[in-house]
Design a protein around this ligand. Structure first.
Ligand code: NAD
Length: 492
């Protein structure tokens, strides 16, 4: 049984494998992950601080060259990277390639670092006085990432953090850790100096040690809401800047005028793609007025044609979920739905008899606040239908939900779509787009329990998060202009 090594200071570092990594399509353990000792965590942070003193002084052109080379290597290796993801995560190869491509976008954005790190200059703000601003790296960044996007989310953080002159310690998910090792190797091959990007495996205890270490300056976290809240509170209590993105319950509102075939296709893609294990997956379909029955009919026709199987089988539409425990948790939501007067229109839980961690598509009609299937993030191939009378009730439902990651509206009415995008308290909105993940030139972030801290991730807010501002006020007076004046300096 192989153990996935750490990648520290430019080298693979072996550890004793403690945590099992499964192939979710077979249920077999395919590797083990080490958990570092507290002394090792501390040594890695000290090494990172040392590396940071050099990397922060690297030229912008050298960083740009490395990121361009890294981008080319990611493109060249995208098939291999996708295969590693499929083996440990379970998503289909096509889906994994999509994740790699969306990760590469962030590297491409970071390649424009000379523009993103440009400061400001104001000449003659007072007589003989100029002001300019620069942005400097924060230092050492801990990047703590979830299982569901094992390359894209690390690249959300890493590309901009490195471009800004920071050193990164990535603590990837222990469920699918192998691809982060290849990312580290490709960064080295691209010319990144040793110690600037490190992969330190581990579990919640490892994360806690990073959060408490005084040498960590900033923490980027993506994962579930309870952990995001803990990371934010612990990290900020320890004096770090923290961005902590949490879970979600994303609604897709279908107005009576929508094209129901388009809406049904979108609901299938966004509700069941990647077995529903996307933070931007649609989990609640909000059927307005009379659309519920015809829409459910169109969705069930499509569901019955879906093929659930191993991610490396090209005929699979979606693969297994991440672990046996998670599969059983999803099954329990479906099994208990009728207790809440919810109708189980399609029950895919019979696939649990297969080896591996499979759940087929499930469709629940009548989910509403106060029912488990509505209130909790299930994170599986389970779509709930909520029936509402009108637009106002739909917006009320979306806004009273404690999460605010993504939301979509399906309509042919531009006026209603515009009103909706202004009315909802959600960070990312799709108009006839069910998974509105912003491109890398915008930043990604939800509201409410989907984000702790004010900073969205990647894009312009990423560069702002990974840098600190300095403002320099300059005057070159002639001796004749110098005088004693104890008044507070003004520009007047
Ligand atoms: P998770 O919260 O269980 O784990 C995320 C990371 O935190 C992992 O690296 C894990 O080792 C670590 N961790 C777990 N428990 C911890 C604890 N008690 N203390 C400290 N660290 C801990 O999340 P997951 O199951 O890997 O990922 C799925 C979740 O992530 C879902 O809730 C999903 O919505 C969310 N997610 C959100 C976004 C977003 O952008 N908002 C994106 C992807 C995933």
């Amino acid at each position: 049984m192989s153990t996935v090594p750490h990648f520290i200071n430019g080298e693979r570092v072996e550890g004793e494998g403690e945590l099992p990594v499964f192939n979710p399509a077979t249920g077999e353990v395919v590797a083990k992950v080490p958990v570092p000792s507290p002394a090792m965590v501390s040594d890695v942070v000290e090494m990172a601080i040392e590396a940071s003193t050099r990397w922060r002084s690297s030229t912008l052109s050298s960083r740009t060259n490395i990121l361009f080379a890294f981008r080319h290597l990611l493109v060249e290796h995208s098939d291999e990277l996708a295969r590693i993801i499929t083996r440990e995560h379970g998503k289909t190869h096509a889906d994994a390639k999509g994740e790699v491509a969306r990760g590469i976008e962030n590297v491409e954005y970071a390649c424009g670092l000379t523009e993103h790190l440009k400061g400001g200059f104001s000449s003659q703000v007072a007589d003989g006085v100029d002001v300019h601003s620069v942005r400097e790296p924060v230092g050492v960044v801990a990047a703590i990432t979830p299982f569901n996007f094992p390359i894209m989310v690390p690249l959300w953080m890493t590309a901009n953090a490195l471009a800004s002159g920071n050193v990164v310690i990535l603590k990837p998910s222990e469920r699918d850790p192998s691809v982060s090792l290849r990312v580290a190797e490709l960064l080295s091959e691209a010319g990144l100096p040793a110690g600037v990007f490190n992969v330190l495996h581990g579990n919640s205890a490892t994360v806690k040690l990073l959060l408490e270490h005084p040498g960590i300056d900033a923490v980027s976290f993506v994962g579930s809401t309870p952990v995001a809240r803990f990371i934010y509170e612990t990290g900020t209590r320890n004096g770090k800047r923290v961005q902590a993105l949490g879970g979600a319950k994303n609604h897709m509102v279908v107005l009576p005028d929508a094209d129901l075939d388009i809406a049904a296709d979108a609901a299938i893609n966004a509700g069941y793609g990647s077995a529903g294990e996307r933070c931007m997956a649609i989990s609640v379909l909000v059927a307005v007025g009379g659309v519920a029955d015809p829409l459910i009919e169109k969705i069930t026709e499509r569901l019955d044609r879906l093929n659930v199987g191993a991610g490396d089988d090209p005929s699979s539409d979606f693969g297994p979920v991440i672990t046996r425990e998670h599969r059983d948790r999803i099954i329990d939501y479906v099994a208990t739905a009728t207790d809440d007067d919810i109708t189980v229109v399609r029950d895919g839980t019979g696939l649990a008899e297969r080896p591996g961690f499979f759940v087929g598509p499930c469709l629940l009609d009548g989910v509403r606040p106060g029912t488990r299937a509505y209130d909790d993030e299930i994170f599986g191939p389970v779509l709930g239908v909520a029936r509402v009378r009108d637009y106002a009730e739909a917006v009320g439902l979306v806004n009273s939900n404690p999460y605010g990651n993504g939301v979509a509206i399906f309509t042919r009415d531009g006026h209603a779509a515009r009103a909706f995008s202004r009315d909802v308290h959600v960070g990312m909105i799709g108009v006839n787009v069910p998974i509105p993940v912003p491109i890398a030139t915008y930043s990604f972030g939800g509201w409410k329990n989907s984000l702790f801290g004010h900073s969205h991730i990647y894009g312009p807010e990423g560069f702002a998060f990974y840098t600190r501002a300095k403002v320099i006020t300059t005057r070159w007076p002639q001796p004749s202009e110098s005088q004693i004046d104890l008044g507070f300096p003004t520009t007047r």
